[in-house]
Design a protein around this ligand. Structure first.
Ligand code: FAD
Length: 355
């Protein structure tokens, strides 16, 4: 069986981002790489959105970007600007296509469906398959989104809605998220933050229909695409193994308070590429410990007081949007952290330290 210098297990967001980063920086001219990916074909299956707080390789896969957003709770709306850090939405179909076209040009890069097809004992491995242990206490961000097209112009595509809490909460945390791509096209998502034990929360189609028809007052629309997913708001159980680095969700790249992962994956890829010549000895890359700590407290409050969360999110965005965005994107300094912490209900968060 053939041996390779590097193996990437999982050709999804993290695996392909890393392979691309290595390839465009000429790190695979004299090294071989095997990518293990079981899917039979690549097609659009996700929309990755984030505030662009740092550069990345995929500006040409951006479907739309916005400089304004809103957040609302019943009876109140807050309009915010994000001129410094536009919010971008990446079309995964364009992302997969761009990367696969580039990787196929390099004769040192090989694709396999199964790890058993190759000899891995002398390779350095980058693994993106998360080990998820079942635990009924774990929190998830689970959601379903549809892209819709309307006959008449309906949306204001200069502003997206990050969170609309004006909906049933069912003793949980629930909001709708709307990304208007144009005046007559939008992605509308129903999102829950919960333990996912309550199957009734998964009647996503009804939730979306009801929201569109009764809340947005939209009766005449066509659904052109649908995506569904669940992001673990806990770290997967992947172990640290010699000659292996976990990447993507498996490598702890998700910000647990928000589910944002895409840009962290890009930063991790850059870090690996910069250190690839000395990869066996490099320090583990992780989301800064202060965010890990603050997110854990935040999720404890969320778990204990789901009914308070819509106000907590709304109040958080009363700080300067630039500060909140930096905080949610792991780029805030100490003073910015403090200004967010001061917007939180202090007693509730202090108590959460001791749960
Ligand atoms: C629908 C959806 C929307 C999301 N939207 C956002 C967003 O807007 N912004 C954001 O920042 N994050 C978002 N996320 C979170 C995160 O960015 C994505 O989950 C991202 O795809 C994680 O990358 P990954 O490489 O870790 O996992 P994946 O992209 O899922 O890649 C893992 C790959 O491993 C393959 N695989 C599975 N089993 C095996 C096996 N045994 N051997 C080999 N390969 C295997 C899979 O086929 C897959 O291709 C979203 C997640 C989902 C599910």
């Amino acid at each position: 069986m053939k041996e390779f210098d590097y193996i990437i297990i999982g050709g999804g967001c993290a695996g392909l981002s890393l392979a691309y980063e290595l390839e465009v920086h000429n790190k695979l001219n004299n090294k071989t790489l095997a990518i293990i990916e079981p899917r039979l074909e690549y097609k659009k299956d996700k929309t990755w959105s984030f505030w662009k707080v740092t550069s990345h390789n995929f500006d040409d896969c951006v479907k739309k970007s916005w400089k304004n957003f809103s957040i609302n709770i019943p009876g109140k709306i807050n309009h915010l600007e994000c001129n410094n850090y536009p919010y971008q939405s990446i079309d995964s179909g364009l992302f997969y296509e761009k990367i696969n076209i580039r990787l196929k040009k390099n004769k040192n890069i090989f694709f396999f469906k199964n790890l058993d097809d190759i000899d891995k004992k002398n390779s350095f491995i980058f693994n993106s398959v998360p080990e998820i242990k079942k635990n009924h206490l774990n929190l998830w961000q689970h959601f379903c989104g549809i892209e819709i097209e309307t006959e008449k112009n309906y949306f204001d595509d200069s502003i997206f809605n990050l969170m609309d809490f004006d909906c049933e909460q069912r003793e949980s945390v629930h909001f709708f998220y709307t990304l208007p791509y144009s005046k007559n096209k939008a992605l509308v998502e129903t999102t829950w933050l919960s333990r996912m034990n309550d199957n009734s929360q998964k009647d996503y189609d009804n939730q979306l229909k009801n929201y569109l028809e009764n809340h947005l007052n939209l009766k005449d629309y066509k659904i052109s695409y649908k995506e569904e997913g669940a992001i673990p708001l806990f770290y997967p159980a992947n172990k640290e193994i010699k000659s292996q680095i976990n990447i993507g969700t498996a490598g702890g790249m998700t910000r647990l308070s928000t589910g944002y992962t895409f840009l962290n994956i890009q930063e991790h890829s850059k870090y690996i590429r910069k250190n690839i010549e000395n990869i066996s000895n490099v320090k583990k890359y992780e989301i800064h410990k202060k965010y890990q700590f603050l997110d854990e407290i935040f999720l404890r409050v969320l778990d204990k007081h789901p009914e308070k969360m819509s106000n907590i999110f709304f109040d958080m965005f009363r700080a300067s949007p630039k500060t909140v965005i930096k905080f949610l994107s792991n780029k805030s300094n100490f003073f910015e952290d403090l200004s967010i912490i001061f917007k939180m209900p202090k007693l509730m968060f202090i108590k959460a330290l001791f749960y």
